[in-house]
Design a protein around this ligand. Structure first.
Ligand SMILES: [Zn+2]
Length: 290
């Protein structure tokens, strides 16, 4: 993979007792920043969630499966959400993208303070009648810890999630990425202890990202001594699949009665896509033709 492109790598270690994902997401995080005009803390929040989400999307089995993660936080930044698929495509939104708070006690961007308390919701739409939905409490609002807790309680998979976003002085994205490492149910106890000790050695993911470590390097740092094998890589990108045609479908879906009432109101209708900030305007004539 080209070093300047975003991608996800997937691997296994310890004879399949460990599965691992790592990603660099600098470009897609920068794109999200530009689309939403996020403040530094907004970029960090959305970037971390997009990074975790794009890796979790790559865990989906079928090409048509879709995964969404929503942070229902009561903090001043409001709600943050992402949607990802199995092809490495991800998109996101944030209620108050320009909100910025002072740094936390460690001098870092205070994502947890901006997100606040609340819940983390994961929805997996796998084409069944009812989508799967799991909800857990936000632990710190820093996102990696919250996803770790989600995996442990909602999916009963011991998991370590690390996510990082680094900013340039001009608040553009310098580097972004992360990893997800999971223990399979048949993993033995001694392995768990060794892995935990190894993960503890990674004190700062952002430092490693700043050093320019690739996803392969990141996983090697943690799993190099566990017999790590890489299974595949896939490009990751910010992608919104909205279109005028899709919006038309939604509008026709609301029913003739609703449409007639919109036409009688005599005002054009604007449908806003909160993932890519595109406005679709429908004039009365457009509505009539629907
Ligand atoms: Zn869109």
């Amino acid at each position: 993979m080209n070093k300047n492109e975003d991608y996800i790598v997937r691997g296994t270690a310890a004879d399949g007792q460990i599965r691992a994902f790592a990603a660099v997401t600098k470009n897609l995080t920068e794109q999200a920043r530009q689309i939403h005009g996020t403040s530094p803390v907004g970029t960090a929040t959305l970037g971390r969630l997009l990074t975790g989400g794009v890796m979790m999307g790559s865990m989906l089995k079928n090409p048509s499966d879709v995964l969404s993660i929503i942070l229902h936080g009561d903090g001043p930044m409001g709600k943050t959400g992402i949607t990802a698929n199995a092809a490495g495509e991800v998109k996101g939104y944030i209620s108050n993208p320009t909100f910025q708070n002072p740094p936390n006690i460690y001098g870092k961007l205070d994502v947890g303070g901006a997100v606040g308390n609340g819940t983390l919701q994961v929805i997996k739409d796998m084409g069944l009648k009812e989508p799967y939905s799991g909800q857990t409490a936000l632990i710190t609002g820093e996102i990696a810890e919250d996803l770790t807790y989600y995996f442990a309680t909602s999916e009963q998979v011991p998991t370590s999630v690390a996510l990082g976003v680094l900013m340039n002085k001009d608040n553009t994205v310098k580097q972004a990425g992360g990893f997800i490492i999971q223990l399979m149910p048949f993993a033995d106890e001694s392995l768990i202890d060794r892995l935990e000790a190894k993960i503890k050695e990674i004190t700062s993911l952002t430092v490693l990202l700043d050093e320019g470590l690739s996803p392969e390097d990141l996983l090697n740092r943690v799993l190099g001594e566990f017999g790590l094998t890489f299974n595949d890589t896939m490009p990751a990108k910010y992608h919104c699949d909205c279109s005028r045609q899709r919006v038309e479908k939604v509008l026709t879906g609301v029913g003739k009665k609703e449409l007639d009432s919109m036409i009688r109101d005599g005002k054009p209708i604007t449908v806003h896509c909160h993932f890519c900030n595109t406005d679709y305007v429908f004039t009365i004539d457009d509505l009539k033709s629907l």
